[in-house]
Design a protein around this ligand. Structure first.
Ligand SMILES: Cc1cc2nc3c(=O)[nH]c(=O)nc-3n(C[C@H](O)[C@H](O)[C@H](O)COP(=O)(O)OP(=O)(O)OC[C@H]3O[C@@H](n4cnc5c(N)ncnc54)[C@H](O)[C@@H]3O)c2cc1C
Length: 431
């Protein structure tokens, strides 16, 4: 039995979104040529691409949750069109070049749709800061500066005064600003993408798929209804294993975010003198932060394996990160706090391709999926429609997620990895 019961708390971005679409319910059986399960960045890109290829065919998109209550509407909204910003030294040159092309493709697809449909989603290309809070991070940042210079990507190192003036904190030991990155209000973007789907895509929300039988056609159970589909796409993020696929190629992690209310005049300078900014950490376990144009602070911090933490634990984690950065911030600053699932793979490669007869799947965003899942979704639709391209061929080559052992070895491996990452945060690491 497949179950996607949703999250403990709603997405804060969705709560403050100005434009929201209301998801239709599935109230009858359907017979369609294509069915896409999952309305995140991956599923929306698949549906849009199929619709442009087959404008006269029936396409259904179905999701267990309401629009923008998924990870795609819960994330931090960074679209970093740059693989090295992750400092993944293990990636080969060919892999890095492919990643750059994939992210450019994702960005182009989203930009085209946003422009064409005038989607108001606070998309701003402002670059981003990469900041270190430990000696390990400072050493990594130095390495990144060299990589950026070699690749002729504009960056600027901040002095201690710059960090305080621009970001309003003295928490970071070192920081650079990198020209590449757009920031977005993710829930507004998802609502805009759902609301602008082509006419031949029927979308249904609040309808969990509980099983798929047969394959010619696929018979999909959704609530009390059934959908017969020639071709099915599973764009269900961490839930792919529940459908019986990629069980040993990906695992589910949760990460957490808090969004403040707009800070009033009293706190006008708390977050520095820039109108808006985004900071990603060098150390994987450190926090991501953002100042929005309406003077809100977003903090993303903490991880848990397999299951979501309780809301009070989430607030404790966020509060500790807030105090470290902004000791003068108001108490109970976070109006909203929430968690979201991300699908991780062993080597960072996505799960992408054919899973069975006329059955296709994509997951393994590895915590940065706005651009990647958009591009891979679109390419997966191409694959199912026999539309070949060099980028599709490269994607098949570069999406080879490594084997992840079953339990109990999996939990042991996750804990060992988390311990390794925690050691990076110790004061004498990297010196
Ligand atoms: C707190 C947080 C911060 C993040 N920050 C960033 C960031 O700044 N930049 C970035 O690029 N990425 C970020 N990410 C990752 C990003 O959100 C994901 O990579 C992306 O949303 C994945 O898109 P998706 O379409 O694969 O999955 P999802 O958005 O999770 O969509 C999958 C959909 O499948 C549906 N589904 C699952 N099971 C069923 C079922 N049985 N029946 C019907 N529907 C089902 C789900 O309801 C869901 O809507 C962040 C994630 C989190 C949680």
């Amino acid at each position: 039995m497949i179950n996607n019961g949703g999250y403990n708390t709603p997405s804060g971005w969705n709560a403050v979104a100005r434009n929201r679409v209301v998801g239709a319910r599935l109230q009858r059986d359907l017979k369609v040529r294509f069915l896409v399960v999952g309305a995140g960045f991956a599923g929306l890109a698949i549906a849009r691409r199929l619709a442009s290829r087959y404008p006269d065919e029936s396409i259904a998109l179905i999701d267990a949750l309401e629009p923008a209550q998924n990870s795609s509407g819960r994330n931090s909204g960074f679209m970093i069109n740059l693989p090295f910003a992750k400092i993944r030294t293990s990636a080969s040159t060919a892999q890095s070049q492919w990643q750059t092309r994939i992210m450019s493709m994702g960005q182009q697809l989203l930009e085209q749709t946003i422009t064409h449909h005038a989607i108001d989603c606070d998309w701003h290309t402002v670059g981003h800061y990469k900041a270190a809070t430990t000696a390990f991070g400072v050493a990594q940042l130095q390495q990144l500066r060299q990589t950026l210079a070699v690749n002729r990507i504009a960056s600027r190192r901040l002095s201690t005064d710059d960090i305080r003036n621009e970001l309003g904190t003295t928490h970071y030991l070192d920081a650079i600003w990198i020209s590449q990155c757009s920031l977005v209000q993710p829930a507004e973007l998802i609502h805009g993408l759902v609301g602008s789907l082509p006419k031949n895509v029927q979308s249904y929300f609040g309808c969990p798929v509980s099983g798929i039988t047969g394959n010619n056609p696929h018979v999909v159970k959704a609530g009390t209804n059934q959908i017969c589909a020639d071709t099915v796409f599973l764009a269900v993020n961490t839930m792919l294993a529940a459908f019986g696929h990629a069980k040993y190629r990906q695992l589910a992690m949760y990460t957490y975010a808090g969004l403040s209310r707009p800070l009033g005049e009293q706190y006008r300078t708390l977050l520095g003198n820039q109108e808006q900014w985004g900071v990603t950490p060098v150390e994987q376990l450190e926090a991501t932060s953002r100042k929005t144009a309406d003077n809100r602070l977003l903090l993303r911090a903490g991880f848990s394996y397999k299951s979501e933490l309780a809301p009070d634990q989430v607030r404790q984690i966020l509060q500790a990160k807030l105090r470290a950065r902004y000791p003068d911030a108001p108490v109970d600053m976070f109006e909203h706090a929430w968690g979201g699932a991300v699908s991780l793979t062993r080597n960072g490669d996505a799960v992408f391709g054919q899973l069975g007869r006329r059955l296709y799947g994509v997951s393994g965003c590895n915590a940065s999926g706005i651009l990647k899942m958009t591009a891979l979704g679109s390419l997966l639709a191409d694959m199912a429609c026999d539309l070949d391209s060099p980028l599709l061929q490269e994607s098949q080559l570069h999406c080879r997620p490594g084997f992840i052992p079953p339990e109990p070895f999996r939990t042991v491996a996750v804990n060992l990895n988390l311990q390794k990452l925690k050691r990076q945060l110790q004061p004498n690491q990297g010196k």
